[in-house]
Design a protein around this ligand. Structure first.
Ligand code: ZN
Length: 134
């Protein structure tokens, strides 16, 4: 793992939360993206090397909608940047970690992503992400 790439925050109202974080940081987001596969709308803020990802459900079926229903708004996941997501997935799988997908998926922000089940991670959903930007 190279670094913490971003922290994902589940929000009910993206426009409201985006304004809050814009005021907190003193500047606005650099990207808004609809991720149809995950049924979310995301907005990214850059703080030097680190990022915040605000996530709003775009459907009641979205994992974000279910998360907020169960636990309310708040930190949804911590994402670690990796050089080679396939290698890291194999390493974690061999060490007994439960991954939420067999293969990396296309995520927001030009990334290949995979999640580690929160039940086995002290309640925290972990994301691995490999940048596919060129
Ligand atoms: Zn994320």
């Amino acid at each position: 793992m190279k670094k913490i790439d971003h922290i994902g925050i589940a929000v009910k109202d993206l426009a409201h939360s985006s304004d809050l974080y814009r005021r907190l940081l003193g500047y606005g987001s650099y990207k808004t993206e609809i991720v149809d596969t995950e049924k979310v709308i995301t907005e990214f803020f850059k703080i030097n090397e680190s990022k915040l990802e605000l996530l709003q459900a775009s459907s009641d079926e979205s994992a974000i909608a279910k998360f907020i229903e169960k636990r309310g708004e708040g930190i949804h996941h911590i994402a670690f940047a990796v050089d080679n997501i396939v290698d890291e997935m194999a390493r974690l799988k061999a060490d007994g970690f439960q991954l939420l997908s067999e293969k990396p998926k296309k995520g927001a922000d030009n990334k290949l992503v995979c999640f580690v089940h929160p039940k086995a991670m002290s309640g925290v959903l972990i994301e691995l992400c490999e940048s596919i930007e060129r």
